[in-house]
Every structure is written in structure tokens, then in C-alpha cells.
Write a protein that binds this ligand. Structure first.
Ligand code: PXP
Length: 254
């Protein structure tokens, strides 16, 4: 069980988002591929945590998937969720290791931007305390802006996940500018005591650069891994990603 993954160990963790295993299952209304089996395989391949987003429209992960996965995996479950009363209630029933609060728009294809921390502040103020009482870590999915970090510190959340989707889509000078912004904000947040994760749009081409930011302790990656797994298999797709993250570790240390 998971013996050979030690060679892929790095100082940065990989959370594998398995939403699109459920997308594929739902496309035919069959019971397969199973998100739970995917979560177990991801763990065996070296994933440090499993990430699932329970969306309002349940377009991929369903309530029973979350409960099943929470009960039957050997690594932490990170539940991505919007601030909706019904979803909040489910999160307390599931009791994942961590919740990542994301914005959600019904018509978006995927999470398009970071959370408006200022607008969500009044709800989060009490909610963060409740999660803490229940031993559930709280992360906010944010754009790389100082203002978001300051608000996150005052909310006493455990950490932030920096949205890398914009970085992933830019090219040339603008991409480099966005990278420097992410790097600066990661350092700013880390110095203020927050844990710093990153995710969205990361793939086999752009992961090394983001993983080489020394304050980032975790990357959450889904679509590129699931897509690549069609050609090389799920285990290899995860191990290849871990391998690239390990290369980034050497860059950090040089
Ligand atoms: N992190 C967060 C907060 C997300 O909402 C998503 C998408 O569900 C991801 C990471 C993974 O993004 P991708 O599928 O582009 O790797």
C-alpha cells in the first residue's frame, strides 16, 4: 500500500480534484467511473489529499459521493464549496478535513474568479469559528490581492488558496507579471501566518514555476490530471505531476 510513492515525496503537497471523474459518470448516468475508486487510486498514486466541489447544481460530485469518500479514504478530504446555507449544512455533516470557500455562479463552466472576501466577511466571521470548533480547516480561494490577505488574517482562517487560473491563461509579459504578483502575495500571506495553497488551470506545462514558489505548500489540480489520465492512466498522470512538483523543489532549494 502506497510504498513506492516515497520517491515522489516533495515539500509541496498535491490535492487531486476528482470532480471530472463524476462529470464522466454523470454523462451516461451509469455508476462508473466511481469517484470513490478514483479517490482511493489517487491516494495510492501519491496524492496528499482529495478535492471535491459540491456545486449547487450537482453537475459533478453529488452529496452521497462526498459522504462515501470521506468515510473511505486514508488521506484528508478538501471540500470546495460556496457560501450557501444548504451546502454549509452538508459540510458540517460530512466533516471534511478542510473546506475551501469559493465563489459560484450557476452559469460558469468552472470557478471563474476568487472570492469577494469583503462581501462574504459578515457570513464568514461566525462561520470560521464554527468550523474551527468542529476541527475543520478553512481556506479562502482568492485572487492575489493584499486586501484579500489582510481580510483573511482578520477572519483567522487557516489559509488561502491563490487562484492561478488567470496566470494559466495569460502569455508573455503579462503572464510573468501575474506570476510575480502571485509570488509576492504568497510571501505576504505566509509572513502573516497563513498557509498558502494555489490552484486552478495548473497543468504539466506550468506547474513547475508555481510549485517553485517556496511559500506555497499545496497545489490543487484536477482537469489536467484527469485529461492526461485518458492517455497514460490515472496513476501515471498523478505520478508525473508529483515528479514535476519534485523538480520544482530542487529549484526552490538552489
Ligand atoms: N482549486 C479550486 C478552488 C477550484 O475551484 C478548482 C476547480 O474546481 C481547482 C483548484 C482545480 O482546478 P483545475 O481543474 O483547473 O485543475
Amino acid at each position: 500500500m502506497r510504498e513506492n510513492v516515497s520517491i515522489f515525496e516533495s515539500d509541496i503537497m498535491l490535492g487531486v480534484n476528482i470532480d471530472h471523474i463524476a462529470t464522466l459518470r454523470n454523462a451516461r448516468g451509469e455508476g462508473f467511473p466511481s469517484p470513490l475508486y478514483a479517490a482511493q487510486c489517487a491516494y495510492e498514486a501519491g496524492a496528499h489529499s482529495i478535492v471535491c466541489h459540491l456545486r449547487e447544481d450537482r453537475r459533478h460530485i453529488k452529496d452521497e459521493d462526498l459522504f462515501n469518500i470521506k468515510r473511505n479514504i486514508l488521506c484528508p478530504l478538501n471540500m470546495e464549496m460556496a457560501l450557501r446555507d444548504d451546502i454549509i449544512k452538508i459540510s458540517f455533516d460530512v466533516k471534511p478535513s478542510k473546506v475551501t470557500i469559493v465563489p459560484e455562479r450557476r452559469d460558469e463552466i468552472t470557478t471563474e474568479g476568487g472570492l469577494d472576501v469583503e462581501k462574504s466577511y459578515p457570513i464568514l466571521k461566525d462561520l470560521v469559528k464554527e468550523y474551527k470548533k468542529n476541527n475543520i480547516e478553512v481556506f479562502l480561494f482568492i485572487e492575489a490581492e493584499k486586501n484579500n490577505i489582510d481580510k483573511s488574517v482578520s477572519l483567522e482562517v487557516d489559509g488561502v488558496e491563490i487562484h492561478t487560473g488567470k496566470y494559466a491563461n495569460l502569455i508573455g509579459v503579462e503572464k510573468e507579471k501575474e506570476f510575480l504578483k502571485i509570488k509576492e502575495i504568497a510571501s505576504y500571506a505566509h509572513n502573516l501566518g497563513l498557509k498558502v495553497a494555489a490552484g486552478h488551470g495548473l497543468n504539466y506545462q506550468n506547474v513547475i514555476k508555481i510549485a517553485s514558489i517556496k511559500e506555497i505548500f499545496e497545489l490543487n489540480i484536477g482537469f489536467s490530471i484527469i485529461s492526461h489520465s485518458i492517455f497514460v492512466g490515472f496513476e501515471k498522470a498523478i505520478k508525473e505531476m508529483l515528479y514535476l512538483m519534485r523538480i520544482a523543489k530542487n529549484i526552490k532549494n538552489n
